[in-house]
Design a protein around this ligand. Structure first.
Ligand SMILES: [Zn+2]
Length: 284
């Protein structure tokens, strides 16, 4: 199939109350693991790139490998730019063929966040590119966005409604207490706030900071409107562990393809585990 944007896949997921996994990739091998795992389970999937990963490889290399894998696949695949503050990079990704982008102006004052998000929607919509916007501060470290724990704040409900009603983004990421990176202790999720938002808006919500949440929390958030579920940190660990564990077990063997295979298997297992939890198996 050709690359799709997130609109149809997220609207269907929101309606049927399952989550579409949005997995952060690092290279060709991890992209292949995500797409083929989704295909094994007949699940729609979102390939997500951090701004850092885009800058590292360049847009041309990434779009080539993602397009090829998507075209050979029987499941819908979207290519989404995760947390991006840089409008020029967003434009580069749109020009290169990304089908979806996120503008993260959540660290700016509300009015500025609104106007930057509007600017990106105006850039993307004529090209049929979907846009995710964020409001509130999601704690943790994501790329170069550092939000100190004490500065983290949950989304303001009035502002959330204003943002969604005036901008009509394709996907809305409210800060509800989840965090990027690894949780220290049990996360406190503001389910009441999530429920309040999703009962008043009909826009699919994105759940950030998925790594480390319990199955129960995932299911509850998805039931309350989170149609896009982000997984990044878990895949970073799978990537490194796949390499290190293989080398530890075969420390005299220097066969890079076997190492790549081991990484692939770890990544594929992680993606399969998450798709099953999110309920998107068989939804392609
Ligand atoms: Zn995030």
């Amino acid at each position: 199939m050709s690359l799709e944007n997130m609109k149809a896949m997220l609207n269907k997921a929101a309606e049927q109350k399952y989550g579409v996994g949005a997995f952060n990739i690092l290279d060709y091998n991890s992209t292949k693991a995500v797409v083929l795992a989704a295909e094994k389970l007949k699940a729609p999937v979102i390939i997500q790139t951090s701004a850092k990963t885009v800058i590292y490889w360049g847009t041309k290399a990434i779009i080539n490998w993602v397009k090829e894998l998507a075209e050979e696949s029987k499941v819908p695949v979207a290519l989404h730019l995760d947390h991006c503050k840089d409008l020029a990079l967003i434009q580069d990704c749109i020009n290169a063929g990304w089908t979806s982008v996120m503008i993260d102006a959540s660290s700016k004052p509300f009015e500025e966040n609104l106007s930057l998000s509007r600017e990106v929607i105006d850039m993307a919509r004529p090209e049929d590119i979907t846009v995710e916007v964020e409001l509130g501060a999601i704690v943790g470290v994501e790329d170069d966005i550092h939000v100190k724990e004490q500065d983290a704040h949950l989304v303001n409900i009035e502002q959330a409604l204003e943002m969604c009603f005036t901008l009509r983004p394709d996907c809305f990421a409210p800060a509800i207490g989840t965090a990027h990176g690894l949780y220290k202790g049990t996360p406190k999720i503001a389910f009441d706030l999530l429920e309040n938002i999703s009962s008043q808006i009909d826009i699919p919500l994105a759940l950030h900071g998925g790594t480390g949440l319990s199955v129960e929390v995932f299911k509850k958030c998805i039931a309350l409107g989170c149609a896009k579920v982000n997984i990044s940190t878990q895949l970073k660990y799978a990537h490194i562990d796949g390499f290190v564990n293989y080398h530890k077990a075969h420390d005299t063997e220097y066969n890079p393809l076997k190492v790549i295979d081991s990484q692939y298997k770890k990544l594929e297992d992680a993606v399969i585990e998450n798709i099953k939890i999110f309920g998107s198996e068989g939804k392609a």
